[in-house]
Every structure is written in structure tokens, then in C-alpha cells.
Design a binder for this molecule. Structure first.
Ligand SMILES: [Zn+2]
Length: 184
């Protein structure tokens, strides 16, 4: 992956990856002010809303993957709990609320430095509508899921594991990492 972190956010100086005493990783160090910049993965949080044998998906109105369907999710903000972030994203993308939110899938995509923390929750009522980042919001049962029109592999894994859980009457939490959708 191309290293896009080239300039120090403190002083604008150039940065270089260097070995730091007692650190196992190379770190970005500013050549001018010597500040050490720790770059760590981002957390994407989201919740799959459940209504009986159906789940609620949102069609993306923004890039990347505009027009594709997704489990409502987005980057966690500073100052919120991970489940609050999931509920906020659901509200922003689908104007929907869930209760009984519970952990469902921890999904690492090491190559792009993301960790998805996805929940399941029970849709509180049938009032939902597209938020500003969505063009459509819809309930799907398992046979209706648009598998070839899902935005991200995280959504495909999340939905698949949900229906498996539901068949097994289970709340099993799944720990997975990126695989190509064709191998699901
Ligand atoms: Zn600097």
C-alpha cells in the first residue's frame, strides 16, 4: 500500500519511517520536530436491524460503491461508545432505531487498516426512510438479499452469519477477516 502519510501534522516537516527504542514497529517520525506519529486502524461500526425473518439494508447514495446495498455502518467518532456509533449510523443512513443491540461480527481488513464492529438489533418499528447518505432503505428476507449488489464484503459476511445464527436460534459472535466474496 502506498504510504500517504508524508508530512508532519504538527509542523509540516517531512516524515520518515524509523525504528524507535523499545518499539516493535517502525514509526513515522518527523525530520524537523522529531514528533512520533502512531498510525492505527480505524473502527467501522454498524448494526444489522432485524424484523422477523427480514433485515434492513440501505442503498448507498455516496461513493465509494454508490448504488450498492449495505448494512448501515460508518466510522466511529471520538467520544462515543461503539454501540452508540452503530445506532447513530443507523439513524443517519436509515432513520431507524433498534433495541436489544448485541455484538455480532468483528471483521478485520488488515490491508486497508479497518476493523468492523458490527451488531445485530431488533428494529423498533416499521418507520424507516433514506438518510442523506442513502437513496433507498428496504427490508429483505434471506432469499431476497441482493448478494451481487452488496457494497462491501463485511456486509455479506454480516448478513450470512445473521441468517445462520437465526436458523440455529443463536446469538453467536463471529470473529473473521477479509475474504473475497466469491469464497463466502
Ligand atoms: Zn514535525
Amino acid at each position: 500500500m502506498i504510504d500517504l502519510f508524508k508530512y508532519c501534522p504538527h509542523c509540516g516537516g517531512t516524515v520518515e519511517k524509523k525504528a524507535i527504542l523499545d518499539d516493535t514497529q517502525l514509526r513515522h517520525v518527523c525530520n524537523s520536530c522529531q514528533a512520533i506519529h502512531y498510525l492505527n486502524p480505524k473502527i467501522v461500526t454498524g448494526v444489522l436491524p432485524i424484523a422477523g425473518d427480514k433485515v434492513l439494508l440501505a442503498r448507498r447514495a455516496i461513493e465509494p460503491r454508490m448504488g450498492f446495498w449495505n448494512v448501515p455502518a460508518g466510522y466511529m467518532e471520538n467520544g462515543e461508545k461503539v454501540e452508540e456509533g452503530a445506532e447513530r449510523e443507523l439513524w443517519e443512513e436509515a432513520n431507524a432505531r433498534v433495541k436489544n443491540i448485541r455484538p455480532h461480527l468483528i471483521y478485520s481488513i488488515a490491508a486497508i487498516h479497518q476493523v468492523y464492529m458490527l451488531f445485530r438489533g431488533d428494529l423498533v418499528d416499521a418507520t424507516f426512510s433514506p438518510g442523506i447518505e442513502s437513496s433507498e432503505v428496504k427490508l429483505f428476507n434471506e432469499s431476497e438479499i441482493p448478494w451481487n449488489e452488496l457494497a462491501f464484503t463485511s456486509s455479506a459476511v454480516c448478513i450470512k452469519r445473521h441468517f445462520e445464527n437465526q436458523k440455529n436460534n443463536s446469538d453467536k459472535v463471529h470473529l473473521e477477516h477479509y475474504i473475497h466474496t466469491k469464497n463466502l
